[in-house]
Design a protein around this ligand. Structure first.
Ligand code: HEC
Length: 195
C-alpha cells in the first residue's frame, strides 16, 4: 500500500513538473493571430461561460428598453465598444479578429446571454482577453443602458436604428478611417491615437 502511494505521488509530481517546464520554458504559443486550439475551445471557453454563470449576481435589469435608454446605450456602445465589436456600418471588423479570443462581432451575432451575465462581463471585463472591465469608466446606470442596448440590438425600433446608422457612419468610433475597408490592426491603432 505504501509503495503504491509513493509511486502514485511520484507520478503526480512528475506530471506537474512536466507541465511547469512546458509553460516556464516557453512552449506555450503566445501569438494572438492563430486559431484557438481544440483544447481551448473544449475547455477554456465553456469554463468562462460556467464561471460567469456561477458568479454573476442574479440581478434583474432595473431599466426598460425605452427609446431613450436604447439611444443612451447606443451612444455608449458607439463611443466605447464599436471599435472592437463592430457596429451597424461595420458589422465585421478585422480588428476584432486580431484578439485572442476573438472579439465577438455583435451585429453579426447578437449576444444572447442573460442580461445579468452581460452586465457582469461589461463591469469586470474578461481576464487574459482584450475585454476591459468598465467599472471605473462607466457608471452603473450606463452599464445597464449598454447591456439593454446589446440585448435589443437585433430588434431595435426603427427610430433608434436610424440614429445609430447616422452615428456609425458619421462620428462613430469605428468610422475613424475609410468605413468601406476593413482596417488592419496596425493602422487602426494609429487612427485611434490620432483622435
Ligand atoms: C479592446 C477591445 C474591446 C473593447 C473596447 C470592448 N470589448 Fe467586449 N470583448 C472583447 C473581447 C476580445 C472579448 C472576448 C472575450 C472572451 O471571449 O474571452 C469581448 C467580450 C465581450 C462580451 C462577452 C460576449 C460573449 O458572448 O461572451 C461582452 C458582453 C462585451 N465584450 C461587451 C462589451 C461592451 C459593452 C463594450 C463597451 C463598453 C466592450 N465590450 C468593449 C474586446 C473588447
Amino acid at each position: 500500500m505504501i509503495r503504491f502511494l509513493v509511486g502514485f505521488l511520484t507520478a503526480v509530481v512528475l506530471v506537474l513538473l512536466v507541465l511547469f517546464c512546458y509553460v516556464r520554458l516557453g512552449f506555450v504559443d503566445p501569438r494572438a493571430d492563430v486559431e484557438p486550439g481544440s483544447l481551448e475551445k473544449k475547455v477554456a471557453m465553456p469554463a468562462l461561460d460556467a464561471s460567469v454563470e456561477r458568479r454573476a449576481p442574479s440581478m434583474k435589469n432595473p431599466i426598460q428598453p425605452t427609446d431613450e435608454n436604447l439611444l443612451g446605450g447606443m451612444k455608449i456602445y458607439q463611443a466605447n465598444c464599436s471599435g472592437c465589436h463592430g457596429d451597424i456600418s461595420h458589422p465585421h471588423l478585422a480588428f476584432g479578429d486580431s484578439f485572442y479570443p476573438r472579439a465577438p462581432q455583435f451585429v453579426e451575432d447578437a449576444p444572447d446571454m442573460p442580461e445579468n451575465q452581460n452586465f457582469y462581463i461589461i463591469q469586470h471585463g474578461v481576464r487574459l482577453s482584450g475585454m476591459p472591465g468598465w467599472n471605473s469608466s462607466l457608471k452603473e446606470s450606463e452599464i445597464w443602458q449598454v447591456t439593454t442596448f446589446l440585448s435589443n440590438m437585433d430588434k431595435l425600433p426603427p427610430q433608434v436604428l436610424a440614429v445609430w446608422k447616422i452615428e456609425a457612419t458619421g462620428t462613430g468610433a469605428a468610422s475613424s478611417s475609410d468605413p468601406g475597408t476593413i482596417t488592419p490592426a496596425k493602422n487602426r491603432r494609429m487612427d485611434m491615437s490620432a483622435h
